[in-house]
Design a protein around this ligand. Structure first.
Ligand SMILES: NC(=O)c1ccc[n+]([C@@H]2O[C@H](COP(=O)([O-])OP(=O)(O)OC[C@H]3O[C@@H](n4cnc5c(N)ncnc54)[C@H](OP(=O)(O)O)[C@@H]3O)[C@@H](O)[C@H]2O)c1
Length: 246
């Protein structure tokens, strides 16, 4: 697999934790610069220290669920500050188990705001041709196996990720003529702070995974491949990455 060339610039959301952090570290290790977005300043600071090349990590503290309408403007500002983007990996997201009896519109809106609307509005900003490098630009959206499985109690979360996958396909068709690629990854259970918070989840579900649970590195490897020129004929796809679960 060819790594993205050094000095490329990527936007990574959710870079303060879990999958996003792993992807930011891998990109930085390959010589790329990363605009790393999260809400937690301390953990973004730790990312910059951990990567061993803090000058290539540009931490940006932002609640992506606030002022969603303004996210394209926000990306424009980032371009003016750091340069044109070679791509984005959208990882920021939340999950919640909420059975139908206690489902409320406000819970769904909170999940859709960060899992669906924010990634799309960021994409709108980044896909403005003034803000990316044009041909070779690649966007990757972290969806979820839940978009396919739709376990009980996951209706809002599964819906938000299924909507994301459908929009990835639509957007990929809009931008293909410019040589820009857009794909999704749907991971199964990956050990991160998000899944660690679900008590008992790991023991209860381990038998579902013939190859065991996934790691952040498993997702980062595929994301970096999809960003690279090695994937130049791949767009509009959704990759299920689940250790043989489905
Ligand atoms: N872990 C899994 O098993 C798994 C499986 C399938 C799909 N996924 C998806 O993978 C993505 C990453 O999950 P993860 O397991 O790495 O979760 P995580 O460790 O909980 O990290 C979530 C990240 O999202 C950021 N975030 C959440 N709300 C935000 C907001 N309003 N504004 C800005 N940033 C926000 C967090 O930033 P702060 O902490 O700085 O607030 C954090 O960096 C999610 O989209 C998730 O749905 C995860």
């Amino acid at each position: 697999m060819t790594a993205p060339a050094g000095e490329r610039l990527y936007l990574v959301t959710g870079a303060s934790s879990g999958i996003g952090k792993g992807i930011a570290l891998r990109l930085c290790g390959l010589g790329a610069r990363v605009v790393a977005i999260g809400r937690d300043a301390d953990r973004l600071g730790e990312l910059a220290q951990e990567c061993g090349c803090p000058e290539r990590i540009h931490p940006e503290i932002r609640d992506l669920a606030a002022d969603i309408e303004l996210l394209p403007q926000y990306v424009k500002g980032l371009k003016e500050k750091y340069g044109k983007f070679h791509g984005m990996v959208s990882c920021a997201g939340i999950s919640e188990i909420r059975p139908l009896q206690i489902l409320k519109y406000e819970n769904g809106k909170r999940i859709f705001d960060i899992n669906y609307f924010a990634p799309l509005m960021l994409a709108k900003g980044l896909l403005d041709r003034r803000h990316n490098v044009g041909r070779g630009t690649s966007l990757v959206f972290i969806a979820s196996i839940e978009a396919h499985l739709a376990d009980k109690g996951m209706s809002f979360y599964a819906g938000s990720k299924a909507a994301l996958i459908a929009s990835v396909r639509s957007i990929s068709r809009e931008v293909a003529a410019s040589g820009v690629r857009v794909n999704a990854i749907s991971p199964g259970d990956i050990l991160t702070p998000m899944t660690a918070a679900v008590e008992g989840m790991r023991n209860d579900r381990s038998h579902l995974y013939p190859l065991g649970f996934g790691t952040v590195d498993d997702v980062a490897a595929l994301a970096v491949f999809l960003l690279s020129d090695e994937a130049k004929w791949i767009t509009g796809q959704n990759y299920i990455l689940d250790g043989g679960h489905l």
